[in-house]
Design a protein around this ligand. Structure first.
Ligand SMILES: Cc1cc2nc3c(=O)[nH]c(=O)nc-3n(C[C@H](O)[C@H](O)[C@H](O)COP(=O)(O)OP(=O)(O)OC[C@H]3O[C@@H](n4cnc5c(N)ncnc54)[C@H](O)[C@@H]3O)c2cc1C
Ligand code: FES
Length: 320
């Protein structure tokens, strides 16, 4: 049941769903598969098949079913968990979605009290190694939601953490800003983003066009921060990242150059979300499969983002 659905910026919505009491435990990195259409069957392919088409020989078919008159998201759509809570009324989860097509447009029109059909939680989770205590959360655009949930978990685990938030421009940032703490233009971390500040995390904001925070790519903010860390602090650190593949690849390479471990949350396009359709493959290094090798000789095999991931050790990914 929809409890909240409101815009965070020009393109993103925050959707909070109240769930049945027995909804399983969840963890940051995991995702849900949402049916982006009415759950009562009024907009499903079964309905299309159940109706006889009105057709007379020699005449055009008179389509009347709404499914055939407009676009419809037949497959479920995957969304990372942006937060989870349990209170006196039961569990809830939040997602933050960017309106890009038919399914997310449908989600953006949901009203409080509407019902939604979902499957989850799915996939694996970010790992918090016991011998580490400094989290560097790097989220670009629509890759930010899993970072909100991770911030909650890091605070609970007693880690120190800094968030790096990147977008093309200020009006595409899916966050609530604290108007009393303006983000620094020189990359100094500040408590400017409420989604992170509520868990004690300072944030470095970068925008490509310089309309907010530091001007440049998210890796610019991360580079400046990594340079301030001592070798001992780097050993304590883990970079967690989610966003466009190019951004994650650059982040992973930066982390490696500074000797910092990195976990990436891959968002390959998916269909089933549960290991059946094989549509979400990613190439991952695997010494046990010597017959398939990259151009520079590294053995690899396909892994499924939905069931083997979406979180992987960045060193294992063979970037396309
Ligand atoms: C594990 C996972 C977690 C995700 N988490 C989030 C999230 O938290 N918030 C969010 O807004 N989105 C997230 N996505 C992406 C989201 O699933 C898609 O944006 C969504 O399915 C689009 O549905 P649509 O019907 O609106 O768009 P469609 O009409 O299906 O497509 C519109 C356009 O978006 C492109 N597109 C669709 N899926 C992807 C994708 N995965 N990557 C890049 N381009 C895509 C299509 O190629 C097309 O150009 C996640 C994807 C995965 C795999
Ligand atoms: S989405 Fe179908 S196998 Fe991964």
């Amino acid at each position: 049941m929809v409890e909240r659905n409101h815009p965070l910026c020009r393109a993103h919505y925050l959707l909070r769903l109240r769930l049945p009491a027995d909804f399983p435990a969840t963890a940051p990195g995991q995702f849900i598969q949402l049916a982006c259409r009415r759950p009562d069957g009024a907009q499903t392919s079964e309905v299309v098949l159940a109706h006889d088409l009105e057709w007379e020989p020699g005449k055009a078919i008179a389509f009347q079913q709404p499914e055939l008159l407009g676009p419809l998201a037949l497959l479920r759509r995957p969304f990372s968990l942006a937060g989870r809570g349990d209170d006196e009324r039961g569990p809830w989860v939040e997602i933050v979605h960017r309106v890009v097509g038919v399914g997310t447009q449908w989600l953006s029109r949901l009203k409080v009290g509407d019902s939604v059909d979902l499957i989850g939680p799915l996939g694996n989770r970010f790992q918090l190694p016991k011998d580490r205590s400094l989290g560097l959360l790097v989220g670009g655009g629509v890759g930010l939601p899993p970072m909100f949930y991770l911030a909650q978990a890091l605070q609970a685990a007693g880690w120190q953490a800094v968030a790096f938030v990147g977008a093309q421009a200020r009006d595409l940032l899916p966050v609530n800003l604290d108007s009393s703490v303006p983000p620094a233009t020189d990359g100094q971390p500040a408590l400017s983003v409420q989604e992170f500040a509520r868990y004690g995390l300072v944030t470095v904001i970068t925008t490509d066009d310089g309309s907010l925070g530091l001007k440049g790519l998210i890796t610019e903010g991360l580079t400046r921060f990594l340079k301030t860390l001592s070798p001992a602090q780097r050993q304590q650190a883990v970079v967690f990242t989610c966003g466009p593949n190019g951004m994650m690849r650059a982040t992973a390479s930066l982390a490696a150059a500074h000797g910092v471990d990195c976990q990436v949350c891959m968002e390959q396009a998916m269909a089933c979300g549960m290991g059946t359709c094989q549509s979400c493959v990613v190439r991952v290094e695997d010494a046990a499969n010597p017959q398939d090798r990259t151009a520079d000789g590294r053995p690899w095999r396909y892994r499924l983002t939905c069931t083997d991931g979406p979180v992987f050790d960045a060193r294992q990914i063979v970037w396309e």
